[in-house]
Design a protein around this ligand. Sequence first.
Ligand code: PMP
Length: 423
Amino acid sequence: MSLLDTDQIRQDFPILDRTVTSGEQLVYLDNAASTQRPRAVIEAMDDCYLRYYSNVHRGIHTLSEESTRAYEAARRTTAGFLNASSTQEIIFTAGTTAAINTVARSWGDANVSSTDVILTLISEHHANIVPWHQLAARTGCRVEFIPMDENFEISDTVVAEYLDRFKPKMFAFAAASNTLGSEYPVQRWTSLAHDHGATVLIDAAQAAPHQQIDVQQWAADFLVFSGHKVCGPTGIGVLYGKRELLDAMPAFLGGGGMILNVTTEGFTTHELPEKFEAGTPPIVEAIGLAAALDYLSSIGMDRIHAHERVLGERVDAGLRQIDGVRVIGPSADKKAGINSFLIEGVHAHDVSQFLDGRGVAVRAGHHCTMPLHQAIGVTATTRASCYLYNTPAEVDRLLEAVAGVRAKFAKSGRRRRSRRSVE
Ligand code: PMP
């Protein structure tokens, strides 16, 4: 597997050249939380603000028409990125969280009752758990979780067993886990779920940045992702839904933009996709998102994925060699660029702080996956996540720094222990 030309790519990301407070050159490995933006995205957004920004759809003047054209072109780019069959299936939202909440509210309230089950994975992000808990509080339905085995894996057999046992109304799962890094067999699980009569929501927040998505091939009923994890802006995300599902769903938010007619008695809703885009939409963010998707596509999702595999394997193998380090996730061939780990006797926050002192930006905590952390009996892990602009040399700086944590805390642990023994 080959690496991307990172010298070239990094020229598009000036932020990566900076140093951090400690004076060290930045090594940005917090990409699962949010990625950086290339110049093309910043310039596309600036260009809109500087030359043609206006509110969309409603104005009959040049700027509004130009903004509307760019906003709708962004929808076409997004439909192309996902291989959706129609732009009407692409709803711009504020992000993955907003998109899942829209489905849980709109589809959920209309279709789910007290005898139903929503099935998900124990490794899910809170964004794909809490909206279902809230739906359960409203309707009396149950939320069930598929567990992992001791290797942090979930087999097709276990998925089929849970689908069989619970006959869920909805199977909502992440295509890739933001903590374990696991990439799940989306097409197989979607097909299994459909065989059991479930509707499927795919949380692609950690898949869209790293792999080719094809909603038609995957037969996704719903698929969601966020702009800021694909080198795009914050404040925008995507809800893809099969047209017949979206058509049958009631509007979630009410207001301007989503109506055809309003009277003192009531209202009628607009066609798709406007029906689900109440209020002024994230216009410039959509334009930035489209620039980001074009940027990634110009490099090639398969090449990006291959690059991350190489880096991810290097992180995984390196961490496993450091005494006292435990990788929380499956083997390297089952995940992309995300690696979470524990260092014996050292809190994840201390690890992160020490690494920051070496210029290495990682994330520490539960990564919004508390049920997963509860299942493995820890409160926090440290997570290093690579992206297309990271290099093997940066991975080596991470590994050196992690080895440094062990050395430092092993020593201070000895000091603390010896002080205690004197007291
Ligand atoms: N799902 C997954 C798998 C994620 O990684 C994230 C972001 N960490 C989310 C959902 C939520 O995304 P956002 O905060 O952009 O709404």
